[in-house]
Design a protein around this ligand. Structure first.
Ligand code: DGP
Length: 123
Protein backbone atom coordinates (compact mmCIF):
# COMPACT_ATOMS: atom_id res chain seq x y z
CA UNK A 1 0.00 0.00 0.00
CA UNK A 2 1.54 3.30 -1.03
CA UNK A 3 0.90 6.38 1.08
CA UNK A 4 -1.93 8.61 -0.18
CA UNK A 5 -1.41 12.26 0.76
CA UNK A 6 -5.13 12.91 0.32
CA UNK A 7 -6.16 10.74 3.29
CA UNK A 8 -8.10 12.46 6.06
CA UNK A 9 -5.34 12.24 8.69
CA UNK A 10 -2.83 13.80 6.29
CA UNK A 11 -5.32 16.67 5.94
CA UNK A 12 -5.58 16.96 9.75
CA UNK A 13 -1.78 17.01 10.02
CA UNK A 14 -1.60 19.78 7.39
CA UNK A 15 -4.25 21.77 9.30
CA UNK A 16 -6.68 21.57 6.39
CA UNK A 17 -9.43 20.10 8.58
CA UNK A 18 -9.84 20.48 12.35
CA UNK A 19 -9.45 17.84 15.05
CA UNK A 20 -10.14 17.68 18.77
CA UNK A 21 -6.51 17.46 19.83
CA UNK A 22 -5.60 15.86 23.14
CA UNK A 23 -1.80 15.66 22.80
CA UNK A 24 0.96 16.67 20.42
CA UNK A 25 4.69 15.99 20.42
CA UNK A 26 7.48 16.43 17.89
CA UNK A 27 6.56 13.32 15.90
CA UNK A 28 3.05 12.37 17.07
CA UNK A 29 -0.47 13.75 17.34
CA UNK A 30 -3.45 12.46 19.34
CA UNK A 31 -7.06 13.51 18.79
CA UNK A 32 -10.54 12.23 19.54
CA UNK A 33 -12.14 9.84 17.07
CA UNK A 34 -15.01 11.44 15.16
CA UNK A 35 -17.14 8.31 15.67
CA UNK A 36 -16.29 7.11 19.20
CA UNK A 37 -16.69 3.40 19.91
CA UNK A 38 -16.17 3.78 23.67
CA UNK A 39 -16.64 6.54 26.23
CA UNK A 40 -13.04 7.52 25.53
CA UNK A 41 -11.77 6.90 22.00
CA UNK A 42 -8.63 8.66 20.88
CA UNK A 43 -6.42 8.14 17.84
CA UNK A 44 -2.65 8.45 18.17
CA UNK A 45 -0.84 8.95 14.87
CA UNK A 46 2.74 9.54 13.82
CA UNK A 47 3.22 12.79 11.90
CA UNK A 48 5.22 10.95 9.26
CA UNK A 49 3.69 9.37 6.16
CA UNK A 50 3.25 5.71 7.15
CA UNK A 51 0.33 3.53 6.15
CA UNK A 52 0.47 0.87 8.85
CA UNK A 53 2.25 -0.56 11.87
CA UNK A 54 4.50 -2.72 9.71
CA UNK A 55 5.36 0.25 7.47
CA UNK A 56 6.05 2.44 10.51
CA UNK A 57 8.14 -0.17 12.30
CA UNK A 58 10.23 -0.78 9.18
CA UNK A 59 10.64 2.78 7.87
CA UNK A 60 10.36 5.24 10.77
CA UNK A 61 13.41 6.60 12.57
CA UNK A 62 14.22 5.49 16.09
CA UNK A 63 13.26 8.97 17.30
CA UNK A 64 9.82 8.69 15.68
CA UNK A 65 9.23 5.22 17.12
CA UNK A 66 10.26 6.28 20.62
CA UNK A 67 8.14 9.43 20.39
CA UNK A 68 5.08 7.49 19.21
CA UNK A 69 5.45 4.79 21.86
CA UNK A 70 5.79 7.42 24.57
CA UNK A 71 2.79 9.29 23.15
CA UNK A 72 0.61 6.20 23.64
CA UNK A 73 1.48 6.03 27.32
CA UNK A 74 1.23 9.77 27.83
CA UNK A 75 -2.25 9.84 26.31
CA UNK A 76 -3.41 6.93 28.47
CA UNK A 77 -2.15 8.66 31.60
CA UNK A 78 -3.38 12.11 30.55
CA UNK A 79 -6.89 10.78 29.95
CA UNK A 80 -6.93 8.97 33.29
CA UNK A 81 -7.25 5.52 31.73
CA UNK A 82 -4.47 3.67 33.52
CA UNK A 83 -6.19 2.76 36.80
CA UNK A 84 -9.24 1.09 35.25
CA UNK A 85 -7.56 -0.09 32.06
CA UNK A 86 -7.68 0.64 28.37
CA UNK A 87 -7.19 -0.99 24.97
CA UNK A 88 -4.85 -0.22 22.08
CA UNK A 89 -5.81 -1.40 18.60
CA UNK A 90 -4.44 -0.82 15.11
CA UNK A 91 -6.09 -1.97 11.88
CA UNK A 92 -4.25 -2.66 8.68
CA UNK A 93 -5.68 -3.51 5.32
CA UNK A 94 -8.82 -5.19 4.08
CA UNK A 95 -9.15 -8.02 6.60
CA UNK A 96 -8.95 -5.55 9.49
CA UNK A 97 -11.25 -3.01 7.82
CA UNK A 98 -8.75 -0.14 7.88
CA UNK A 99 -10.60 2.98 6.75
CA UNK A 100 -7.87 5.59 6.90
CA UNK A 101 -4.55 4.64 5.25
CA UNK A 102 -2.34 6.57 7.68
CA UNK A 103 -1.02 4.49 10.60
CA UNK A 104 -3.02 5.12 13.76
CA UNK A 105 -3.46 3.47 17.11
CA UNK A 106 -6.92 3.52 18.64
CA UNK A 107 -6.99 4.11 22.40
CA UNK A 108 -10.25 2.95 23.99
CA UNK A 109 -11.27 3.31 27.62
CA UNK A 110 -13.51 4.97 30.14
CA UNK A 111 -15.80 1.94 30.52
CA UNK A 112 -15.65 -1.88 30.35
CA UNK A 113 -14.69 -2.77 26.78
CA UNK A 114 -16.06 -6.28 26.33
CA UNK A 115 -14.47 -8.86 24.08
CA UNK A 116 -11.27 -7.92 22.31
CA UNK A 117 -12.66 -8.62 18.84
CA UNK A 118 -15.82 -10.07 17.38
CA UNK A 119 -15.22 -13.40 15.70
CA UNK A 120 -15.88 -13.37 11.95
CA UNK A 121 -19.27 -14.69 10.86
CA UNK A 122 -19.02 -18.27 9.52
CA UNK A 123 -21.58 -19.95 7.31
P1 DGP B 1 -9.69 2.49 11.02
O1 DGP B 1 -10.92 1.70 10.69
O2 DGP B 1 -8.80 1.74 12.00
O3 DGP B 1 -8.96 2.98 9.79
O4 DGP B 1 -10.18 3.76 11.85
C1 DGP B 1 -10.35 5.04 11.30
C2 DGP B 1 -10.99 5.90 12.36
O5 DGP B 1 -10.86 7.24 11.96
C3 DGP B 1 -12.48 5.64 12.56
O6 DGP B 1 -12.68 5.17 13.90
C4 DGP B 1 -13.14 6.99 12.35
C5 DGP B 1 -11.99 7.96 12.41
N1 DGP B 1 -12.13 9.11 11.54
C6 DGP B 1 -12.42 9.10 10.20
N2 DGP B 1 -12.46 10.34 9.72
C7 DGP B 1 -12.15 11.17 10.77
C8 DGP B 1 -12.01 12.58 10.90
O7 DGP B 1 -12.17 13.35 9.95
N3 DGP B 1 -11.71 13.06 12.15
C9 DGP B 1 -11.52 12.23 13.23
N4 DGP B 1 -11.22 12.79 14.38
N5 DGP B 1 -11.63 10.89 13.12
C10 DGP B 1 -11.94 10.38 11.91
Amino acid sequence: MTYDDANIFAKILRGEIPCDKVYESEHSLAFRDINPQAQTHVLVIPKGAYVSADDFSAQASAAEIVDFTRALGTVARQLGLVADGYRLLANHGAHAGQEVPHFHMHVFGGEPLGRMVSPPARV
